[in-house]
Design a binder for this molecule. Structure first.
Ligand code: MCA
Ligand code: AMP
Length: 475
């Protein structure tokens, strides 16, 4: 190690950058290329402004400001709370109150009550900070549960380092790569893998703003990330898809990649995509490998440091025969610390012997290959790769005066995987624009990506003898 202790963002080692180990276009975002020196200088000046804070909120649009805010906090050892830029009123209020964020770093939503600390893109500082402890929390990421408002997932610096190193190993990801993606910067996928990954590995990153097929085709990367919706749009645009044949690796995750999309991608690009599986709580735990088999419909083997097992409903082992299905449990160094302020939910997530219950149902074959079959609960919906709790959408809809009863489900959708559909029993007269009004209501209260795509007004909801809504009958 010629330049002293290795920081979490290894490619931004101050001594190495000062000695000339720079890249003129380490990160390109909003069409602006930032060198390692630019990033380090500007982010260290952010660090100086926030170094005394414990936790700050960042409105995580895909911008230079977000990149500098996140990197600055990681340099100073301040915990970042990434906030979706399309957050509505109720979601914003919850995230800020629950996280205890002390300030907005960078742009803030209109009418923000917290102090706002600006991010100055052209400011520079060359102060050096000691590397914070690996156990220190780097992020609180808000993610949906089956019920209640989103929970804050606390991810430590050590978990992130281990998670990224395991992926570099699985995908043969090196400083020679150029990663391209256009994913949101407030989740593990776009933010941790997609921004911190390149800064740890030392590869270039090109963020395309939106993950459109044409933008991916034009970016000329070696490594591409996408959710299945992105890949299914890519194969609908054969010209853009063919342009990706020069890439080294196409990676899909966040939701199941439909087998026909896998096959079409292989046909158009000449290469089978790598599929990987993970969660906000665990980062990525399973993946096919750059140097291994890629099997449509399967998400591969445990990444370095991870162990997995299957359990039935009574906690008994399920055989790894490729057929039998059970609840997937994982352990590994990239697993989170717990849910912020939620000791009971945290305790319920782990088995007594220390395995994390993913809530996903899977099969494992004799060679250790995993197939994700679905979720244990119908109340966690995956739409366009976003995890949305049916309960939070139902709560938002019940806050509308025209709604008497509601059940929210995820129905199969060719583009989004699942589309959020609200079955509503109306209170009083139903006007013509009622459905659109309810969709807007959720977009304003929670966030645009949590809005139902469809509202169906029904005379009653199907209930069992206990009065519980039978969601399996809705569709
Ligand atoms: C439409 N719009 C509206 C409304 N209706 N705005 C306000 N109110 C309304 N009622 C606008 C939106 O603002 C947006 O505008 C435009 O319509 C399109 O929105 P939408 O239809 O939602 O977008 P889309 O094109 O369908 O999005 C598809 C997508 C997106 C790009 C694939 O779903 C996406 O980025 N998904 C990625 C999710 C992800 O990264 N998940 C990772 C979590 P405009 O666009 O003009 O502003 S999973 C994870 O981290 C784990 C660890 C893992 O395994 O990876
Ligand atoms: P999130 O916390 O938003 O990352 O959502 C995590 C969930 O996404 C997991 O529990 C799975 O249900 C789902 N998921 C992620 N990757 C895959 C994949 N490759 N195949 C199937 N489901 C996936």
């Amino acid at each position: 190690m010629p330049y002293g202790p290795s920081p979490l963002l290894r490619s931004l080692n101050p001594l190495a950058v000062a000695a000339g180990d720079d890249l003129p276009d380490a990160v390109t975002v909003e069409g602006v290329a930032l060198s390692r020196g630019d990033l380090l200088g500007a982010a260290t000046s952010v660090a100086e402004r926030v170094a005394r804070a414990e936790r700050v909120a960042v409105l995580a649009a895909p911008t230079v400001s977000t990149v500098l805010a996140v990197v600055g906090c990681l340099i100073a050892g301040v915990t970042v709370v990434p906030v979706p830029p399309d957050s509505g009123a109720a979601e914003l209020e919850h995230i800020l109150a629950d996280s205890g964020a002390q300030a907005w770093l960078g742009p803030a939503p209109d009418g923000a009550a917290l102090p706002v600390v600006p991010v100055r893109k052209h400011a520079r500082s060359w102060h050096t900070y000691p590397e914070p402890d690996a156990a220190a929390p780097a992020f609180v990421l808000y993610t949906s549960g089956t019920t209640g408002p989103p929970k804050g997932v606390v991810l430590s610096r050590g978990a992130i380092a281990a998670g990224l190193d395991a992926l570099a190993d699985a995908w043969s990801w090196t400083a020679k790569d150029t990663l391209v993606h256009g994913l949101p910067l407030f989740h593990v996928h776009g933010l941790i893998l997609g921004l911190l990954g390149p800064l740890r590995v030392g590869s270039r990153l090109v963020h395309t703003g939106k993950p459109t097929p044409r933008a991916y085709a034009q970016a000329e990367g070696t490594l591409y990330f996408g959710v299945p919706t992105v890949w299914s749009r890519v194969v609908e645009d054969p010209e853009s898809a063919r342009a990706l044949s020069k890439a080294r690796l196409l990676v899909s995750g966040s939701a199941p990649l439909p087998v026909p999309v896998f096959e079409k991608l292989r046909e158009l690009t000449g290469q089978a995509p790598v599929e990987r599986y993970g969660m906000s709580e665990t980062m990525i735990t399973l993946s096919t490998r750059a140097d291994g088999e890629r099997r449509p419909g399967w998400v591969g083997t445990p990444v370095r440091g991870v162990r997995t097992r299957l359990r039935d409903e009574s906690g008994e082992p399920v055989p790894h025969d490729g057929e039998s299905i059970g609840g997937l449990q994982v352990t590994g160094p990239m697993v989170f610390d717990g849910y912020l302020n939620r000791p009971e939910a945290t305790a319920a997530s782990w088995t007594e012997d220390g395995w994390f219950r993913t809530g996903d149902v899977a099969a494992i074959d004799a060679a250790g290959f995993h197939r994700i079959v679905g979720r244990e609960s119908v109340d966690l919906i995956k739409s366009g790769g976003y995890r949305v709790g049916a309960g939070e959408v139902e709560t938002a809809l019940l806050g509308h005066p025209g709604v008497a009863e509601v059940a929210v489900v995820g129905l199969p959708d060719d583009d989004l995987g699942q589309r959020i559909v609200a079955f509503v029993v109306a209170r009083g007269e139903v006007s013509e624009g009622f459905g659109a009004e309810l969709i807007d209501h959720v977009a304003r209260q929670l966030s645009v990506h949590k809005r139902p795509r469809e509202v169906r007004v029904v005379p009653a909801l199907p209930r069992n003898a206990m009065g519980k809504v039978q969601k399996k009958l809705l569709g």
